[in-house]
Each structure stands twice: as structure tokens, then as C-alpha cells.
Design a protein. Sequence first.
Lengths: 420, 88
Amino acid sequence: MIMYMVRHYIFTLTVLRRAKGAKTAHVVSSIKYEPTVSILIPARNEDRVIGRLLERMNELSYPKEKLQVIVVDDASSDLTGIIAEESSKRFKFIEVVHRRKENGGNGKTSAMNAGFKHSNGEIILCFDADYYPQRDIVEKLTEPFLNPKVGAVQGRVVVLNEPQNMVTRLVALERIGGYRVDQEARGSLGLIAQFGGTVGGFRRCLLENLGGWDETILAEDTDLTFRVYLAGFKVAYVGNAECYEEAVDSWKAYWTQRYRWAKGHMQCCFRHFGSVLKSNNLKLGEKIDGLLLLNVYFMPLIALLSFIVGFVLIFLKASMLAGILWFSVPVSFYSFVGNFAPFFEVGIGAHLDGRRRIQLLIPLLLFTFLYNIPICAKAFLDLLGSKIKGKSNTTWAKTQHLGSGNRYIGNQTVTLERTS
Amino acid sequence: MIPDLLWVLAMLGLGPAILFLMMLLPSFLELKRPRDAGPRMIMEDIAGVTQTVRFEISFISSIEEEESQVKLAPQLAGVLSVFPNIDV
């Protein structure tokens, strides 16, 4: 817990210091690097959002002759395939891979692998169907590959449907903390910048060597992040490569998404913990950060455990245990207060984005933190149960996208105060 | 040694209630009447719009300037004609 708190403060202060320095220092790359790029878009029943993304693909400023956009229609039962086909007829650089029920519908990783087989670009980028990127995002995401040590890149995700309700506003806050501070600090400190599964990509040769996406794991992004680092490459975080996403808009959808993340992350922890410790390709700082990253979804469990222990001890009639009570109370308390460090991180992220009013919502993150406790507990118990029973853990629960973000695209009036 | 149950329950109830009220009131006010509901405009759009607007403004103003010069030229010539010719 203490390590996580310290880490959060280090990250936050690093980004703050960097932001001050950035006001005077501007680095502009003069080298023009335009490799061939394949963009993979896995889509299953995304007819409410896929059209706007494909239109946006046509608006990208990257040369179209070097661009290949592959929509993987993953056994959709709605109009996704038809919309993609229509776009493909209009724009030559868009191709559609249709997967029928017999060979498709097995989750995002499976669809990504199908798209990857079809691709031919030197760089492979990925976007979810509900995303809406900047016009110059491909240029920004490909530039770090000039460095031969960079095996993967990750851009920044911004919540599009933020005004919709309380859930989307809180998810937006989490995203601010996660990308504006966490990822940026990791990148600048040379730690484990995380590939987030979308708005990012890989060097083709590396992805081929790694064997593509692992279809047996739920957090395929975290898994690939660690495989990239263990192979001796880095993930570069590009903070100014921004892309809108449509966030989950109900507590139920939040549960489903975070449950998948928690379970997948725990799978990754069991898989990579030993390899990270033993790896010769990782520096000490990367190892420590990597281990903290792998264990992050166990923290709500520890908080829950200490809370239960403290609560039980209050009602135990044993004088010897009373001493332990006074020990467990601060531990329980710390489990919550210590976790305010991420809230500090979110606050600084919002400040750096020039969004002062949204900082008022930060105390509400306490609810999402508490909500994550049963989510992580269930994920852990289910994972444990399936390990004991020897069952597979990879039932993919897809996040529904209803196109609620459509109304905000192109609406200049919702622009907010921001800093560069 | 064991704290009184009522006292514990009162503290467990009252403490968090006061803390929550103090902590969450501004949040609920912002939720109720958002002054910053988002979404944040992504950087490229702002740069693009700004550049486009600037370009258009400078382009239009240069055209207007030229047009006004064309219109003003005969008028100025007329005004200047009343002055004596000082060319040597």
C-alpha cells in the first residue's frame, strides 16, 4: 500500500515538473517518417458507432496510399458488416474481413489476430469501433518507431460522452489520472508504459515474433505490454496522440468492464510475475513498476481484508486482541486514506488539462473505489475457482456501445477551458 | 478495554456522515449544475480550427484591403487634383 502511495506521488510530481518545463521547451521532429500502416478495427454489433469511425478514417491526414484500414466484422448480427462494406466501396484503403458464427464471435483478441493475418503494414495500429481519433493521430503514433528500441506505442484516450451522466463523468476522471499523469510519468521516467489495447500499435516484425494476441487471456493489452518489455523492447507513450472513446454509461456496464479488466490483469500477474523478476531485459525500476502494475487489482482485496479484520476485532472480547484492534484500525483507515494518492493524481491531471471545475467531482471517486472492491473480489474468487476446476477463464463480455457520443462530435460549443 | 458498542456505532455512523457531507457537497453541486461537463476537445481539433480561422481572416482582410484600395484610388485622385503640381 505504501509503495503504491509513494508511486502515485512520484508520478504526479514528475508530471507536474515536466509540465512546467514544457512551457519553455518544445521539441519538434524534423524527420519525416511515413511507414506503411495497417489499422485494425475489431467490430461486433457496432452499427451505431462504426460509421463515424470509418468516415474519420477517410479524414486522417496520413497518406492514403500508405494506409490500410481493416474492419473485422466479428460475426455481427446487426448492420456493422453492411456499413463497413459500404465504406469499403467508397474508400479503397478500407477492407473488411467478415467472420461468421462458425469461426468468429470469440472475443476481441481472436478478431485482432484475424485482422493481423490480413494486414500488410509495417506498423499495426488498433482502434476500437467506438473510438474517434484526431486527424493526425497516425503521424503521431508512428513517429516513436524511429527509435529501434520502441516496439509499441500508446496514445491518450479521452472520454467523448463525458457529459452523459455521473458514471461517464467519473470514468472521464479516471482516464485523466490514468493517461495524463500515470502513463505520462511512466513514459518520462523510463518505466513500464502500458499498451492499452487500443489507440496504439506495434512494429509488425515484433508482433509476428510474439505470436500476435494471446486468445487465452482477458487482459490481452497488459499481456502484450509485458511480452514486449520481456522481449527487450519499450512501449512509447504519446500523450498528444488523442482519441475519443465512448465510456461505459451505467454502473452495470462499469461492473462488467472492470470485472474483465480485473480478472485479466490477475491472469497476467500469475503469468508474468516470475518472468519480470528474472528478466535480464528489465532494469530495476522497470521491474518494481512492472510488479506494482501487475498487482494493482489485488489492492482493493487487501483493503477489503483489512476492513473485515478490523471490523471483526471490534466485537471480539479478548484483551489481547484489543491491541491488534488498534493496529488494524489504522491499517483499515490507511487502506482508504492511502488510496487518496490516486485522487491527488487525478486532481493534478485535471489541473494540467485546465479543467478546474471537474476537480470538484474527485471525492465521488471514493464510490468507484468502493465499487471496485467487490468487483476485484469476485474476479479473484472466480479466477481461483476456475483454476481449481481447471476451466477456461476467457469468456469475453463485450462492452455495449450505443452511440451516445455521436451528439458531441463536431459540436464546438462544448469546448472547455484547457491548457496546451 | 472493549469500547462501548453504542459509542462505536455512533462514531461509525456520525463520523463518516459529517465527513461525507463536507466532502461531497461541492461534488453534488457540480453534478447538479455542471459548469465543466466535458468532453474536453482533443488538441488537434483546436489547432486545426485556430489555424483555419486565422488563415481565413487574413485572407479575407487582404481581399477587402485590395478592394478598398481599388475603390479609393479614383476618389483620392480627385481629391489630390485640387493641389498644385509640385513636380519639377
